[in-house]
Design a protein around this ligand. Structure first.
Ligand code: ATP
Ligand code: MG
Length: 425
C-alpha cells in the first residue's frame, strides 16, 4: 500500500477510536515499561537501551518522524508530533502502555492554562471531566493540590461537571521535577520484554494457525526466532507453503527486521514413514522434525525449539504421544500454547495479524496423515521402526538439505497498529 494512503487510514481510525475525546495537541509520547523496571541497574540499563533501539526501528519502519528519544527515571519520552507514533510504539515488545502527551510546566498556573486549552474543546455538550494527578520530585504542593488547582480553573472557564469515577474526559497530569505532562489517553502496549534481550530459538512454522502464535509469544518474551519450515512436498498443497511464507513475513514486522527462513525437504522421509507404519506416521514425522530442529538450533547457537503444540489438539499431541516424541530433541522444547484452547489461540492469532494469513486459500491437510492415527504410540515400537529406517542418517540428510531465504517484513504494516486498546477514554 502507498505509505500516504496507509497513513490516512490510520489517522482516521485513530480519530474514530478516540470518539472525539482525544486531545489534539501533543509534543511527545510517554512510554511505560513494566518488568524491566524491577531488574538490577546493569540489566535494566541494557534492556532499556534495547527497547529504545527497537522503538527507533519501529518508528522508522512505520515512517513516523520524531526528534529525540530520551530516558527519564523509569520512563521513555519520544519527542514527536506525529499522531501515529503512540500506536506504533505500543506494538513494540516490552512496552506496557503509551500516552500521547503535551509537555507543560510544574508551575501550576502554567500547567492549569495549558490543561484548560487542551481539555476545553473536549468538554462541549455538558461532558464531565476528572483529573488524575501524580508527582515525582520536590514541589511545594501535593498531588491532591494539582487536581484542586487545575480542576477549579477548568470549572471556572467551562462550567463542566467534575466526576471522579468514570468521567467523560479524564485528564492525567504527571508532574516530574520541573515539567508536567498532560494527557487524556492510556493506550495498552503489547507487553513482554524487549526483543533481543533473551536468546535465539528455532521456531517450527507449519503454515497453520498455531505455530506463528507460539513463535510470537516467544518473541514477546524477548527471544529472536529462526523460523524453520518442513516442506512436505506432494503431501502438502502449495497453499500451506504460501501460508508459511506469509506468516514469516508478518512475524518479521513484529521483529522489525528480515528473518532468515530455513526450509527442509521432508517429502521423502514422510513417504517412508507412511509406507512402513501408517498409524505412527505423525509421531515419526514429529520426531524427525525435532531431531532436525535440534541440529539447526545447535548450529545457530539457539537455546531451544518452539512449537505450536497444545495438549490433546490432535493425535500427535496427546500427553502420551508428546512423551513419545519428546526425547527426539536434545535441546529444550518450548510449547507456549500447551494449555490454550483453539478459540484462545485464534483470538491471539487475530490480534497479532496472522490469522487471515494462516487461513487464506483452500483448506489444507497433510495427505500422509492416516485416518486413524495412534494416540498412544509405543516407545519401544517407535524406536524399532526408527532403527529399521536408519532415521539418524535420514535426519542428517534432511539437515544437509536446508536452504535459507531472507524474508523481508510485510510493508503493509497497518495491521500492526490496530491491535492496541485504549484503557482510558
Ligand atoms: P499449526 O499448529 O501451526 O496450526 P498444525 O496444528 O496443523 O499447524 P500440527 O501437525 O499439529 O500442526 O503440528 C504441531 C506443531 O508442529 C506445529 O504447531 C508446528 O510448530 C510444528 N509443525 C507441524 N508441521 C510443520 C511443518 N511442516 N514445518 C514446520 N513445523 C511444523
Ligand atoms: Mg496445531
Amino acid at each position: 500500500m502507498d505509505p500516504k494512503e496507509a497513513r490516512k487510514i490510520v489517522e482516521s481510525s485513530y480519530k474514530m477510536a478516540s470518539g472525539g475525546k482525544e486531545m489534539s495537541e501533543m509534543d511527545a509520547v510517554l512510554v511505560r515499561y513494566g518488568e524491566i523496571g524491577i531488574k538490577s541497574d546493569r540489566v535494566r540499563s541494557r534492556y532499556e537501551r534495547t527497547l529504545i533501539e527497537n522503538i527507533r526501528g519501529r518508528l522508522n519502519f512505520c515512517e513516523v518522524s520524531y526528534d529525540t528519544i530520551v530516558r527519564d527515571f523509569g520512563r521513555i519520552f519520544v519527542h514527536t508530533q506525529d499522531s501515529r507514533a503512540a500506536l506504533a510504539i505500543a506494538s513494540v515488545f516490552g512496552v506496557v502502555s503509551v500516552s500521547p502527551v503535551q509537555t507543560s510546566s510544574s508551575d501550576l498556573d502554567r500547567a492549569a492554562s495549558d490543561a484548560l486549552r487542551i481539555v476545553s474543546p473536549l468538554l462541549k455538550g455538558g461532558r464531565s471531566f476528572g483529573i488524575r494527578a501524580r508527582r515525582t520530585g520536590t514541589h511545594d504542593y501535593s498531588s491532591k493540590d494539582i487536581g484542586v488547582i487545575v480542576g477549579s480553573k477548568i470549572v471556572e472557564a467551562t462550567n463542566a461537571p467534575v466526576k471522579l469515577s468514570a468521567p467523560d474526559v479524564q485528564l492525567f497530569i504527571d508532574v516530574r521535577q520541573s515539567r508536567a505532562y498532560l494527557y487524556t489517553r492510556v493506550i495498552q502496549g503489547v507487553g513482554g520484554l524487549p526483543l533481543g534481550t533473551q536468546g535465539k530459538v528455532v521456531a517450527l512454522i507449519s503454515g497453520g494457525i498455531d505455530s506463528p502464535v507460539a513463535a510470537w509469544l516467544m518473541m514477546k518474551r524477548g527471544c529472536t526466532i529462526i523460523p524453520l519450515f518442513f516442506d512436505c512436498g506432494f503431501h502438502l498443497s502449495d497453499t500451506a507453503k504460501q501460508r508459511a511464507l506469509e506468516v514469516v513475513r508478518a512475524l518479521a514486522v513484529w521483529a522489525g527486521t528480515p528473518l532468515n527462513l530455513a526450509r527442509v525437504s521432508h517429502e521423502s522421509c514422510l513417504s517412508k514413514f507412511n509406507a512402513v507404519s501408517p498409524r505412527m506416521t505423525c509421531v515419526l514425522c514429529k520426531r524427525m522434525m525435532y531431531r532436525v530442529a535440534s541440529s539447526v538450533a545447535k548450529q545457530e547457537a539457539a537455546h531451544g525449539i518452539v512449537t505450536g503444540e497444545s495438549i490433546g489438539q490432535v493425535a500427535s499431541q496427546t500427553t502420551h504421544n508428546l512423551m513419545a516424541i519428546n526425547d527426539a530433541a536434545d535441546v529444550p522444547i518450548y510449547r507456549p500454547l500447551i494449555g490454550l484452547d483453539k478459540t484462545e489461540i485464534i483470538h491471539l492469532a487475530r490480534r497479532i495479524g496472522t490469522y487471515r494469513l494462516s487461513t487464506a486459500g483452500d483448506s489444507v491437510s497433510c495427505t500422509a496423515a492416516p485416518a486413524h492415527p495412534t494416540t498412544s504410540a509405543d516407545p519401544y515400537e517407535l524406536k524399532r521402526q526408527e532403527a529399521q529406517l536408519y532415521t539418524r542418517d535420514l535426519s542428517i540428510q534432511e539437515a544437509e538439505s536446508i536452504s535459507w531465504n531472507r524474508i523481508s517484513p510485510d510493508r503493509t504494516y497497518r495491521w500492526i497498529l490496530s491491535q492496541n486498546k485504549s484503557r482510558s477514554n
